[in-house]
Design a protein around this ligand. Structure first.
Ligand code: PLP
Length: 416
């Protein structure tokens, strides 16, 4: 069962009509399905059953507390990239021993927070970061568990902005540098070498680069073992793609089975960091048509959501399916679906063949990942409400911001 399906022509999220949600909470509005979140996590956990493995959801994909809560209750751990995300997952009830901390620029303050919380592992991305972490841990009288994010130099064959495993990327340590860095980490008094990690990119549609990366990482693990550096875990990152349009991403099984086969017989705990795959198709953005502006060259449907809400089309040229919540009869024509923001790049979809009238509700599909979490207040637009549907119930899980909240932290200059 898809979480978003039609009943009597009307699009529903589980048991609640999206028209009713728009009526109750207004537009634009994000709508997530608890069932879809759980089903996506279950797919991973089902494949991993019987193995020593931990699925650490990559929080940056969608960091709403209710989303984190749903996943935490089902046994997920979390992959965070900032102190802010750490505070969020702890507020959502996460177990700190199921948190891994990624990112190229961890501050001393963020390291301190994570050390005091007692997280599972720091995914370290440079020599300088190793030294800083050792110093911060020493000051706090703690021992920091570390993994090195190794860049396996494989081509993820995805969008250049979301490809991270090539030599020229800013992420991770170069494959050739990994061995000396592990030797150094093993000598530092306040670090404990715990694992190894890699993350080669996002929205991968082919399992082969993951296998290629794992082969290289295993060579390194064997080399480390000969030097007496034994690792407890291997973290294979995230990156598994989803279907936005007509892509054919691998099933979780087809992605995991070759990896698990390569790992068989090794006493290594497996960590995965999926983001998009868990939440991307569990959310939609609801928007209403404000105006129609038909023209000879192009016809514009101006809607109340914009690039500040959903940046992916403007940022990456991404395609999201856009469908009417209540389909209408009438002539179909290609519409440019655009927002009110003062940028020509402010489009959500181009040349969409739809029958539209002002006031119609549209659902922008596959908007659960890198959507609300990347939204901004550009043009002083309050961020949209977020609603989580659970069966017949729609819960407001983040209320719409007010304009006053947007400038509440600002001050005018003192008089004269
Ligand atoms: C973004 C990110 C992920 C999640 O990527 P997805 O493509 O959403 O699965 C996992 N690990 C790291 C280190 C990341 O930066």
């Amino acid at each position: 069962m898809s979480a978003f399906a039609r009943s009597d022509g009307v699009l529903y999220a589980e048991g609640v009509s999206l028209a009713a949600i728009a009526e109750r909470f207004g537009t634009p509005c994000w709508v997530y399905s608890r069932h879809a979140l759980e089903a996506a996590l279950d797919e991973f956990q089902g494949e991993l059953a019987g193995t020593d493995a931990l699925v650490c959801y990559a929080v940056k994909a969608n960091s709403n507390l209710a989303v984190l809560d749903v996943l935490a209750r089902r046994g997920a751990g979390f992959d965070i990239v900032s102190g802010g995300e750490l505070k969020r997952v702890l507020a959502a009830g996460a177990d700190p021993r199921r948190i891994v901390f990624s990112g190229v620029g961890k501050s001393a303050g963020e390291m301190g927070l994570a050390l005091r919380a007692g997280i599972l592992c720091f995914n370290v991305e440079s020599a300088a970061e190793l030294d800083r972490l050792d110093a911060v841990a020493g000051e706090l009288g703690k021992v920091a568990p570390v993994s090195l994010r190794v860049n396996p130099d494989v081509d993820a064959r995805t969008h250049p902005y979301v490809s991270t495993g090539l030599k020229e990327n800013k992420f991770g340590v170069a494959y050739e540098d990994a061995l000396p860095l592990y030797r150094r980490a093993a000598r530092l008094a306040n670090l404990r070498v715990s694992g190894i990690d890699c993350h080669i990119g996002s929205q991968l549609l082919d399992a082969a680069p993951f296998v290629e990366a794992l082969e290289k990482i295993l060579l390194l693990i064997d080399r480390l073992a000969t030097e007496g550096i034994a690792l407890e875990h291997i973290d294979l990152g995230g990156g598994l793609g989803i279907r936005y349009r007509d892509e054919a991403p691998p099933a979780v099984r087809d992605y995991l089975q070759p990896l698990l086969a390569q790992l068989r017989g090794r006493k290594l705990r497996v960590i995965l960091e999926p983001g998009r795959r868990l939440v991307g198709n569990a959310g939609v953005l609801l928007t209403r048509v404000e105006y129609l502006k038909p023209g000879d060259a192009k016809s514009f449907a101006i809607v109340d959501a914009a690039m500040n809400d959903l940046a992916r089309p403007a940022l990456y040229g991404s395609w999201h399916e856009i469908v009417p919540v209540v389909p209408r009869q009438g002539p179909v024509r290609p519409w440019e679906i655009v927002g009110p923001v003062c940028e020509s790049g402010d489009f959500l979809g181009r040349g969409r063949e739809l029958a539209l009238a002002a006031g119609d509700l549209l659902a922008i599909m596959s908007a659960g990942a890198y959507s609300m979490s990347m939204s901004s207040n550009y043009n002083s637009r309050p961020r949209a409400a977020e609603v989580l549907v659970d069966g017949e119930h729609a819960h407001l899980v983040r209320r719409r911001e007010t304009v006053e909240e947007l400038y509440a932290l600002e001050e005018r200059l003192p008089c004269a």
